[in-house]
Ligand binder design. Structure first.
Ligand code: PA5
Length: 450
């Protein structure tokens, strides 16, 4: 088995009696997903994507990735949220030796903030390099992405001329007149890749949204999809939480939530998985945080953050549970040497691999946090490669959907994200927002005068 779910330190809240009591709810959620009868059922494309993805488009993605590698030193991927995090998480998590020869292409990310400092730095970095762009936006209207794309498009047109730039710009979006990006891509002749309608942003990493940047970075997208496919088969077989780890994870999360453990602390034992923590937070926060409900997801890297957040986890408010991620076999290991005279007192570790220290730190942490009142779950994969990452992605997506259904929310919408955008548009003077602008300015002036 490529993946293990260990609930040894899940505690009494998740004991067999409580799991049996909640099992009908996870079974019903699982059935609703598979029959398309739950909330947001227009957005279930991700559920069978590892089997049903467009094979012709995947071939086109691989060709585009090769072309980008031939033409450019830098691929700038412009997108935000679900159109950003999955690709970056995958590229960072998969070990470099699996990167398979798209030359020395560097993949950089932009359009995930409105920071002028970050953008200026990247523009300067790209100045004397050969650059391609992959602009990703399902809706094709997201401000951060559109603004940054406008700036990079101008840079490429100055460098290569309009036609030359069009040869280096790839647009990933929905194929619809609703998408301004799609319309622009048609006009300018950019190669387009599809974000399928029934796949929402945060569930889209296994579409062209993730696959093109991931392939361009040289990561094996066939293996990624194979891992997701094997996970899909494994987690479709049974609606019984004792036979399906996505249901067991969703059930345990729900039990914790009901027992007032409302913060999930996701911690990976590998720094390369830090971005996966960011992807995890988006997936769960946007899927569950609504209707006044939802577990608050936080993330960290251990042992790094045991020296920062560790104190709180051990002794702060007892509202936490942990989900830990460990990789069993490191890509490479490092062995401790023997030092004559044992000046630092570490000779008892001589000849031992660093992976052993990491594993024992994990075991020690699990017991210490459990004893301190923080129950924890362990997810373990054999290797940090594309196959295992694909498995993990599917595991989280399905667990999240089931968990959302058990919570009683629609895990596939994100209505709350509009509020800040509306205020920003109004304050920037977008036509049609005049009334809102006046009201907001009055509030800002009042705040300023206090
Ligand atoms: O999960 C989601 O739907 C969101 O986080 C989106 O991915 C994000 O807002 C970006 O949207 P778009 O791809 O339309 O630019």
């Amino acid at each position: 088995m490529a993946f293990r779910f260990d609930s040894t330190y899940a505690g009494d809240i998740a004991d067999e009696t409580n799991l049996r009591a909640i099992a009908p709810e996870t079974a019903a959620a699982h059935a609703a997903l598979h029959t398309g009868t739950g909330k947001g059922s227009d957005f279930l494309g991700w559920l069978t994507l590892p089997r049903d993805y467009d094979k012709d488009e995947h071939a086109r993605i691989k060709l585009a990735a090769e072309k980008i590698g031939r033409q450019s030193q830098v691929l700038v991927v412009i997108g935000i949220g679900g159109s950003y995090l999955g690709a970056r998480a995958a590229i960072e998590a998969v070990q470099p030796q699996e990167h398979n020869g798209s030359g020395n292409l560097e993949v950089c990310f932009a359009g995930n903030s409105l920071s002028p400092a970050a953008l200026s730095k990247l523009l300067a970095y790209c100045g004397d390099k050969d650059v391609s762009l992959n602009v990703i936006s399902k809706s094709g209207t997201t401000t951060e992405c559109a603004v940054v794309f406008r700036i990079f498009k101008a840079l490429l047109e100055r460098k290569y001329g309009k036609a030359g730039a069009a040869e280096r710009i790839y647009a990933t979006t929905e194929y619809s007149q609703r998408s301004k990006l799609y319309e622009l891509a048609q006009q300018e002749g950019y190669e387009c890749f599809l974000v399928p309608d029934p796949v929402g942003g945060r569930y889209s990493v296994l579409t062209a949204v993730g696959l093109l940047p991931i392939a361009a970075a040289g990561v094996d997208t066939d293996a990624l999809l194979r891992g997701a496919r094997d996970a899909m088969d494994e987690y479709s077989r049974s609606g019984d939480l004792f036979r399906n780890d996505t249901l067991r994870y969703a059930a345990i999360r729900s039990l914790y939530y009901r027992a007032e453990k409302k913060i999930e602390f996701f911690a990976a034992m590998e720094p390369d998985f830090a971005l996966l923590g960011e992807w995890f937070k988006q997936l769960f926060a946007e899927s569950e945080g609504k209707d006044g409900k939802g577990i608050f997801p936080a993330s960290a890297v251990f042992t790094t953050d045991l020296h920062s957040m560790g104190q709180y986890v051990q002794e702060g408010e007892r509202t936490l549970f942990e989900t830990l991620l460990s990789v069993r076999e490191p890509a490479e290991d490092v062995f401790l040497t023997n030092e004559p005279g044992d000046p630092d007192g570490l000779n008892f570790l001589a000849g031992k691999p660093l992976s052993l220290l990491n594993q024992q730190a994990l075991s020690g942490t699990r017991i210490a946090h459990f004893d301190g009142g923080v129950p924890n779950l362990l997810l373990e994969i054999d290797r940090a490669d594309a196959y295992h990452l694909g498995w993990l992605i599917y595991f989280f997506e399905k667990s999240c959907a089931v968990s959302g259904y058990v919570l009683g929310v629609n895990p596939f919408d994100q209505p709350g994200v509009e509020a800040y955008k509306n205020n920003m548009f109004a304050l920037l003077g977008k036509p049609g927002y005049e009334r809102e602008r006046a009201a907001l300015e009055a509030r800002l002036n009042k705040a300023g005068s206090q």
